[in-house]
Design a protein around this ligand. Structure first.
Ligand SMILES: [Zn+2]
Length: 246
């Protein structure tokens, strides 16, 4: 992986004010139980109506003839531990938001990419870290992302089969440095392997507390048991893993 440190993505726009979770479409786990994910309400809507997207010039690093592209959110999911490593070390948690690429760029015609994934890395930090940052920079809300994840788990636990209010990722994104990220062309691990994934992984490692990671993992275990007991959902998750193994 290469860090494009001098790359300034002035086309970068990120809109996730409507990160809606579609109750009927959401699926929790893949077969291995190593991640769970939610489909976004966007999926299937015409591009003009899609509310979760990002725009980036990153694509021009690989497809020289394309200046920028829009990528539309399909689903998001988590891996714990992370899939990417830094200096050979895995991190505690990784969030992937999976997108399809703008319609006018098609694989094999205009672009080598079919999809784009935005990745966020999280690492458990001791209480002393948070206190230190707070003391040095009282204006920085160092607990923001930790609270976000913790609230997300709480909302999911209380869902009880009902649709949930949209998650607002605007602030979540605004507190991160988007121009420092790993970007690379990755392949699907399943057929058709020729398709490409435009990976964007933020270099900024987001601190979380051990309590939040514990909460996250215990929620995951409960969901895992429920899914194991529901054959239909398990079959769906199995299909999805074939399609979304990234
Ligand atoms: Zn993933």
């Amino acid at each position: 992986m290469e860090i494009n440190k001098n790359f300034s993505d002035d086309a970068f726009k990120f809109n996730y004010e409507k990160l809606e979770i579609h109750n009927k479409k959401q699926m929790k786990f893949n077969e291995a139980g190593d991640c769970y994910y939610f489909l976004l309400n966007n999926d299937g809507l015409p591009e003009a109506q899609q509310k979760s997207w990002f725009c980036t010039k990153t694509i021009s690093l690989f497809d020289k003839h394309i200046e920028k592209t829009y990528l539309y959110g399909m689903q998001y999911h988590f891996h714990s531990p992370s899939e990417h490593s830094i200096d050979g070390k895995l991190l505690d948690l990784e969030l992937h938001i999976v997108h399809k690429i703008e319609n006018k760029y098609k694989v094999g015609v205009d672009s080598q990419f079919s999809n784009g994934v935005m990745g966020f890395l999280f690492k458990c930090m001791p209480e002393s870290f948070f206190l230190e940052v707070n003391a040095k920079n009282p204006d920085i809300d160092i607990y923001y992302h930790d609270r976000f994840l913790s609230d997300m788990v709480d909302l999911e636990s209380q869902r009880m089969g009902k649709d949930q209010r949209p998650l607002d990722l605007k602030k979540f994104i605004s507190l991160l440095d988007f121009n420092r990220r790993w970007t690379y062309q990755g392949s699907l691990t399943t057929i058709p392997c020729s398709e490409g994934i435009l990976w964007n992984v933020l270099e900024h490692v987001i601190p979380i507390t051990q309590q939040t990671l514990d909460k996250f993992n215990s929620f995951r275990k409960i969901e895992d048991e429920q899914v194991t007991n529901r054959v239909e959902v398990k079959a769906l998750a199995g299909d999805a893993k074939k399609t979304f193994n990234w």
